[in-house]
Design a protein around this ligand. Structure first.
Ligand SMILES: Cc1ncc(COP(=O)(O)O)c(C=O)c1O
Length: 508
């Protein structure tokens, strides 16, 4: 540590200062950015001395000439540092008498204080949802496209842009929706956002008033429900059966809701597909109520058996349905690019709401994603990952069923990147919670996706983006832990004859 003794003699007019014999300035501590300009280092060292009480409020700072001499810095650097101290409220200048530490110094320290708030980043442990695998060749092409786009950085990146995002990417998405989902829409009806939840919030903000009701599937996607609640709307739990959301129940409990959020192609988490009669029933309700339906089509690109189904928005011709898609699964979550296709009458209000919220999306990666779609690299990556995920799904389902000695029922999903493994319906959901904790794996408890409906005991497990050997090992661990938890429970209940306890577990 380099300490510079500094003599302090002068006091402000009319004030007698105790006067320090010297002002030790620490120019080598962590509060000083080494390599920064000399005036900045001096400023940081002086701030540190003031905030640390080494020189007290009202006490004089050394004359600039003296400090320059003692520190070896140019006098210019000292006066610039003093000017900044004065501008930031740490010091005051008195004509003819010099510079003094301010009577009240600003609360903040020169260097940022380490926050004590701990935010846990999401875990990517075995069987976690939300992991994807991007093929090495696809990643290489993405890097090349992104590099080329950065090198061709032009006026469209330097100015404010269209609140809906790049027209080039919107056109590429419109082509993709037509070929992959049979959804015909004009690129002008598409808005880019940083993921599904972002798109959901923007559109809700444009069409709903605080307190409006929104139907949500129960069980359902907890993150969407949270987003709806967070924005001040009222989620209404509508139960789900083998045909999807039970529209009649929704009509009975909240007929005048303003919107519904559904995952019709692959219900999250149960994986059921909404039947055609239910789809038509839902669209009829939306028409009668003047409501809108949010179709979250989060994993349709990963269909393993049979042709992809027509989207709800395709059946409705984008009249009352807002279609939402994401590149978080087809490419990778860190990209933060999702999109929605809007009914024509919503384009104006949603664009205005977007402009008022965050103006427009970041443009730099949009071109590279458009290149992925237009070049065929996106489709090639999908073909490869679909095969990989199908194999991962089969391995996970068969290992869970075998290692649990049949205690876990594991329907093999025909779509998507997760599966549900259920214990017998009468099992206390706490058994699953105990097993998951004992196995130390990721994924969710099935109960975490329920809100009002009685939760089933089981797990929601991701199979994408995990190495096969890890999938097998963690599936075995979880199945064995489930067996052990079941046996322990049977042993205690044999003695006590306790009925299974109903429980609610907070959503993740
Ligand atoms: C049901 C559902 N919708 C959407 C998403 C994607 O959300 P985002 O695009 O905000 O990353 C996920 C991700 O796991 C999901 O499970």
């Amino acid at each position: 540590m380099r300490k510079i003794p500094t003599n302090l003699r002068k006091s402000p007019p009319g004030k007698s200062s105790p006067g320090k014999a010297e002002l030790p300035l620490d120019l080598a501590g962590p509060h000083v950015t080494q390599g920064a300009a000399s005036q900045n280092r001096l400023y940081q060292a002086l701030c540190h001395a003031i905030v640390g009480g080494i020189v007290k409020p009202g006490e004089p700072l050394p004359p600039s000439r003296a400090l320059a001499k003692q520190t070896g810095f140019r006098r210019n650097a000292v006066t610039t540092a003093y000017e900044r101290l004065i501008a930031d409220g740490f010091a005051v200048a008195t004509t003819g008498s010099g510079t003094f530490v301010a009577a009240r110094i600003p609360a903040q320290a020169g260097a940022p204080r380490k926050t004590r708030i701990m935010i846990e980043p999401p875990q990517h442990s075995a069987l976690s949802l939300g992991c994807t695998h991007i093929d090495a060749r696809a990643l290489q092409r993405f890097r090349a496209f992104a590099g080329r786009r950065l090198r061709a950085f032009g006026p469209e990146h330097l100015h404010y842009g269209d609140p809906r995002g790049s027209s080039e990417l919107r056109a590429a998405i419109a082509d993709h929706l037509l070929s992959a989902r049979g959804l015909r829409c004009d690129p002008d009806q598409i808005m880019l956002a940083s993921g599904t939840l972002h798109a959901l919030r923007i559109v809700l903000g444009a069409i709903l008033k605080p307190g409006d009701q929104v139907w949500c599937e129960d069980p359902g996607y907890p993150a969407a429900r949270r987003a709806i609640e967070h924005c001040g709307y009222r989620p209404v739990s509508v139960p789900v059966d083998a045909s999807g959301m039970r529209v009649a129940k929704g009509r009975a409990s909240a007929p005048t809701a303003r919107a519904a959020y559904v995952t019709p192609s692959h219900q999250f988490p149960l994986g059921v597909q909404m039947s055609m009669p239910r789809r038509l029933e839902l669209l009829d309700w939306a028409k009668d109520a003047g409501a809108f339906v949010f179709e979250d089509d989060y994993d349709s690109e990963f269909r393993y058996d049979g042709a992809p189904l027509l989207s709800l928005a395709g059946i409705d011709h984008l009249r009352r349905v807002i279609y939402m898609g994401t590149f978080a699964k087809t490419l990778f979550p860190g990209l933060r690019i999702g999109y929605c296709a809007l009914p024509e009458q919503l384009v104006g209000p949603v664009t205005a709401a977007r402009a008022a919220l965050d103006r427009f999306p970041a443009t730099l990666m949009e071109g590279a994603v458009a290149d992925m779609l237009n070049s065929g690299a996106f489709a090639a990556n999908l073909r490869k990952s679909r095969k990989l995920y199908r194999d991962a799904r089969d391995v996970l389902a068969s290992t869970l069923a075998a290692a649990s000695e049949g205690e876990l029922t594991v329907p093999v999903p025909s779509q998507g990147l997760h599966l549900v493994a259920r214990l017998a319906p009468s099992t206390d959901p706490l058994v699953a919670a105990e097993a998951k904790a004992a196995a130390g794996v990721g994924g969710w408890l099935l109960a975490e996706t329920y809100h009002r409906a009685a939760p089933l005991s089981g797990f929601v497990l991701g199979f994408s983006g995990h190495p096969v050997l890890q999938l097998v090992a963690s599936a075995e661990q979880l199945a064995k832990a489930a067996l052990a938890a079941l046996r322990a429970r049977r042993k205690t209940s044999k003695g006590a004859h306790a009925p299974p306890r109903p429980m609610r577990i907070g959503t993740a």
